[in-house]
Design a binder for this molecule. Structure first.
Ligand code: GLA
Length: 730
C-alpha cells in the first residue's frame, strides 16, 4: 500500500518508487504539510520544523498563549483564508452574512484502491496498476464548508495527483471567488522556477529564473491554456541539471483560464498554488452542492530528464485514451500551407496522389472546404461543403481519396462563428458578447457560448453528423482566437463569473461524447498552432498541432520547450516548404525531416511541385519515420544540448524502452568556422551492451556514455544528422 496513516502521530505518508509525501493533522486539526521529496525511510519529517515567535504573524485563538504557532508560517495542504495566513491562499469565498473568513480543520479520511475520477473534468486514470487514493476531508464549522482533498498515488510512475472538492454543507449560498486545485509547500531550500512562455508561432519557450521574494504568477485569462503561458511549471534546486538535483513538476490538467502563484515568503518558504484563475471567477455554490477543481499532476524527480520521463510515460499511458493511445499514428499530408483557402478538387487530388506514391497514409483537408469560406472572414458555423470548390461534394472527394488508398481527415473549428454565417444570422445570441458593447474581434470571428446547452447540443449533432455521413477517420479541431467579452445570455448577472469555466465543462463533455461514439477517429487538437497544448486536451486528442511555425529551426526550440512536459507522440510536427512560410528561412529537406520525426510525423506542402529527387528523399523519410516511431514515441528522450549550446546546435537522443536501439540527432543552427567538432555524451544505454554506430564502428554503451560521440564536421545551411545506435551482442 502506497498510503499509510500513523494513528499515533496522525501523519500520512504517500510513497512512490523514489519519492515520499508527508503531512499530518496537528493538535488543532490543521493539515500541515511536512515533506515532498526523495524517500526518507519511515522518518516522520516533523522534526525538521522549528517554530519561533514571529512578529506580525498572529496565532489562532486556541493557541493565543503559544506565539510560536502561526498559520502565517506553517506549511499547509490547503490554506484557510481571512484568518491570519497572509500568503497566497488556496481558496476564497464570501458568505451570506458578508464574512470572508474560513479555516479548515481535519474531519476524516479514507484510503481507497484505484484512482479517483473528477465529475465533469478529465483526469489521470489507472490501467489496473497499483494506484491508491487518499481523501482527506476538512471542514469549517462557522462557514459550513467542507473540502475534500484528493491524492492519487501512482507509485510506479512516481506521480502524485491532486484535486479538491468544495462542498456547501450549510443552508445558505456560498460564493466561491477562488478555488485552487492544490497548495504545495517547499519550506526549505533555494529554488529556481522554470516556466514555458511564448506567443503565436513561438510557443513554450523555456525560461529559468531564481525565485525572488514575492509572488511569481503564471497566468492565462485568454479563455484557453494559451500560447503565452503553459499551465506547467518546474521548481528546481538552484543547482539542478538535466541529470541531478531536486526537481518538482506542477502540471495543471486544464485548458481554460489558469493561474499558478509561487510565493517565496518572509521565512524563505516557497508556496505553490495552482488552479483555475480566480480573475473574474465567481461560482454560486448552492446548499448541498459541490465544486470540483481540475487535477494537478505532480512529480518529484532527480534531474530534469527524469522529471520529463515521468510525465512522458504518464501522459502516454494514463492521460491519452482510445484506439490511438499506443498505436501507430498515421503519417499524414495536410494541405494548409500548400493551398490555404484556394482549394479545388483537382488540386487536392494531385497532392493526394503524390502522397500515396510516397508512402503517406492519410490526407487532412484543412480550412476552406465549407460554404462561403474563401478567406478567414466568413463561413465559420456553417459546416456544409462548398460545392463550388468540391463539385462532387465532400463525399465525392473522400471516395476518390479512399480509392487512392489514403484515409481521410477533416479540419473544423466548431467553437467559433463568423457574423457572416447562417448560424450567426439564426442565433446571434449564441455568440459570446457583453451586453450593449461591440465585441472585440479576432480573425474577424466570435466565440460560441459553449456554456449554453443549446450550443453544446448543436455542436454535438453537427460534428456527429459529419462523422456519421462521411468516411472520416481524423479530425483536426482548431480554435483560432482568445475568448474575450465573456458573457452568457443564459445565466443571471450574479453568475456571469461561472461562464468561462462552464464553457470548458461543456467542451470536455462534447469531446467525451464524440470520442466515445467514434472511437476510430483520431482527434488532433489545435489552437492557432499550440495555443491549447495541455494535459486536459490530451485526454481527448492524443496529438496536438505544436505550432503554426513550421520552420525547423524555430521548431527546435519550440519542441525542446514542449519536451519538458509532453511526450513526442503528442507533438504534431510536419515537414513544410522551403523557404518557410513563417520565417522565410531556407533549410534542407533532410533537416526538416529530422526535426519533424521527433513528433507525430507529417507533411504540409504542395507535394505535386516537388522534384523527383525531393520525392525520393521524402519516400525514404516516411520509411525511416515508421522505423523510428516506436523508439521516439515509446522510448526515452535525452536532451543533450543545453540552452547555452543552442545558438550553435541542438542535439537530442531517443533510447528504445528495451535499450537495444537509440537514435542520436543533431541540427547545427550556426556552423562555426574552424571550431572544435560537436561532442556529446550519450545517455540511457546499457553500459555493457555492444552497439554498432551508424555502420561506422562498434563499442559498448559505457564508452558512448563516458567517452561520448564526436560528430563529423557539419557545414552549410542548417545541416542535420541522425546516428543509429543498434545493439549487436544479443
Ligand atoms: C490555424 C491552424 C493552422 C490552419 C489554420 C486554418 O492557424 O493552426 O494549422 O489550420 O488555422 O485557418
Amino acid at each position: 500500500m502506497s498510503i499509510r496513516f500513523d494513528e499515533s502521530t496522525k501523519a500520512f505518508t504517500l510513497e512512490t518508487k523514489t519519492g515520499c509525501y508527508q503531512m499530518k493533522v496537528d493538535e488543532l486539526g490543521y493539515l500541515q504539510h511536512l515533506y515532498y521529496g526523495p524517500k526518507v525511510g519511515q522518518t516522520n519529517m516533523s522534526y525538521a520544523f522549528r517554530t519561533y515567535d514571529h512578529g506580525f504573524s498572529g496565532n489562532p485563538y486556541d493557541m493565543r498563549l503559544n506565539r510560536a504557532y502561526s498559520l502565517d508560517s506553517m506549511a499547509q495542504e490547503y490554506t484557510s483564508f481571512g484568518v491570519g495566513d497572509f500568503r497566497v491562499t488556496s481558496i476564497r469565498a464570501s458568505f451570506a452574512d458578508g464574512s470572508r473568513c474560513a479555516e479548515f480543520r481535519y474531519e476524516s479520511h479514507e484510503i481507497l484502491d484505484g484512482k479517483y475520477a473528477i465529475p465533469g473534468l478529465p483526469s489521470v486514470y489507472d490501467n489496473g496498476e497499483e494506484v491508491h487514493t487518499l481523501v482527506v476531508t476538512l471542514k469549517d464549522i462557522a462557514a459550513n464548508i467542507k473540502i475534500k482533498l484528493y491524492y492519487g498515488v501512482f507509485a510506479e510512475q512516481d506521480i502524485i495527483t491532486r484535486a479538491a472538492e468544495i462542498f456547501n454543507s450549510g443552508s445558505d449560498i456560498v460564493w466561491l471567488r477562488k478555488a485552487s486545485s492544490m497548495c504545495l509547500e517547499l519550506p526549505f531550500g533555494k529554488w529556481d522556477m522554470m516556466h514555458f512562455h511564448g506567443r503565436h508561432c513561438m510557443e513554450r519557450q523555456p525560461e529559468r529564473v531564481p525565485l525572488f521574494h514575492g509572488i511569481h504568477t503564471i497566468v492565462s485569462g485568454r479563455g484557453m491554456s494559451s500560447h503565452q503561458h503553459n499551465p506547467f511549471v518546474i521548481v528546481c534546486d538552484r543547482e539542478a541539471t538535466e541529470d541531478a538535483g531536486a526537481c518538482y513538476g506542477v502540471m495543471l490538467m486544464y485548458s481554460g483560464n489558469h493561474k499558478t502563484e509561487i510565493e517565496r515568503d518572509q521565512f524563505e518558504g516557497v508556496r505553490i498554488v495552482t488552479g483555475i484563475s480566480d480573475d473574474r471567477f465567481r461560482w454560486e455554490l448552492k446548499p448541498g452542492a459541490s465544486f470540483h477543481t481540475p487535477e494537478v499532476i505532480l512529480t518529484c524527480a532527480n534531474g530534469l530528464t527524469q522529471l520529463s520521463h515521468n510525465y512522458h510515460r504518464l501522459i502516454r499511458h494514463n492521460v491519452v485514451r482510445g484506439t490511438y493511445k499506443l498505436s501507430h499514428r498515421p503519417v499524414l499530408i495536410n494541405n494548409w500551407e500548400a493551398t490555404y483557402f484556394d482549394i479545388t478538387e483537382e488540386k487536392i487530388l494531385s497532392i493526394a496522389e503524390k502522397a500515396k506514391e510516397l508512402g503517406i497514409e492519410l490526407f487532412v483537408l484543412d480550412d476552406g472546404w465549407f460554404k462561403n469560406r474563401n478567406d478567414d472572414n466568413a463561413g465559420l458555423g456553417d459546416w456544409i461543403p462548398d460545392t463550388n470548390k468540391l463539385p462532387n461534394g465532400l463525399g465525392g472527394l473522400i471516395k476518390k481519396i479512399n480509392a487512392l488508398g489514403l484515409r481521410f481527415g477533416l479540419w473544423i473549428e466548431p467553437e467559433m462563428v463568423n457574423e457572416d454565417s447562417d448560424l450567426y444570422r439564426a442565433h446571434p445570441d449564441w455568440a459570446m458578447r457583453a451586453p450593449n458593447r461591440a465585441p472585440m474581434m479576432s480573425r474577424n470571428q466570435l466565440v460560441l457560448d459553449l456554456s449554453r446547452q443549446e450550443v453544446l447540443d448543436y455542436l454535438y449533432e453537427t460534428i456527429a453528423g459529419l462523422l456519421e455521413k462521411y468516411n472520416i477517420t481524423y479530425i483536426k479541431w482548431d480554435f483560432n482566437r482568445s475568448i474575450s467579452d465573456v458573457y452568457s445570455h443564459s445565466f443571471p448577472s450574479p453568475r456571469q463569473g461561472e461562464v468561462a469555466h462552464r464553457y470548458y465543462l461543456n467542451l470536455y463533455k462534447l469531446y467525451d461524447m464524440l470520442t466515445k461514439r467514434f472511437p476510430h477517429v483520431l482527434f488532433e487538437g489545435c489552437a492557432g498552432g499550440g495555443g491549447r497544448f495541455d494535459a486536459g486536451m490530451l485526454a481527448y486528442s492524443p496529438q496536438i498541432w505544436c505550432s503554426d511555425n513550421t520552420d525547423p529551426i524555430s521548431r527546435l526550440k519550440i519542441q525542446y520547450g514542449t519536451s519538458f512536459a509532453y511526450p513526442a507522440c503528442t507533438v504534431c510536427a510536419h515537414v513544410s516548404a522551403s523557404p518557410n512560410h513563417q520565417t522565410g528561412r531556407k533549410t534542407p529537406l533532410s533537416t526538416r525531416g529530422v526535426v519533424a520525426m521527433s513528433g507525430s510525423f507529417g507533411y504540409e506542402l504542395d507535394l505535386s511541385l516537388l522534384t523527383d529527387e525531393d520525392c525520393a528523399e521524402i519516400k525514404e523519410q516516411v520509411k525511416r519515420y515508421k522505423e523510428l516511431e516506436p523508439i521516439v514515441h515509446d522510448g526515452k528522450l535525452y536532451r543533450l544540448s543545453q540552452t547555452g549550446d543552442s545558438t550553435h546546435y541542438y542535439s537530442w537522443e531517443y533510447v528504445s524502452a528495451d535499450q537495444n536501439r537509440a537514435v542520436l540527432n543533431i541540427v547545427v543552427t550556426n556552423p562555426l568556422a574552424n571550431s572544435a567538432p560537436v561532442h556529446v555524451r550519450l545517455k540511457g544505454l546499457l553500459p555493457d551492451a555492444v552497439y554498432r554506430i551508424n555502420d561506422e564502428f562498434e563499442c559498448n554503451g559505457s564508452a558512448l556514455m563516458i567517452g561520448g560521440y564526436t560528430f563529423p564536421r557539419l557545414t552549410g545551411d542548417y545541416p542535420a544528422m541522425q546516428v543509429d545506435i543498434i545493439r549487436i551482442d544479443r
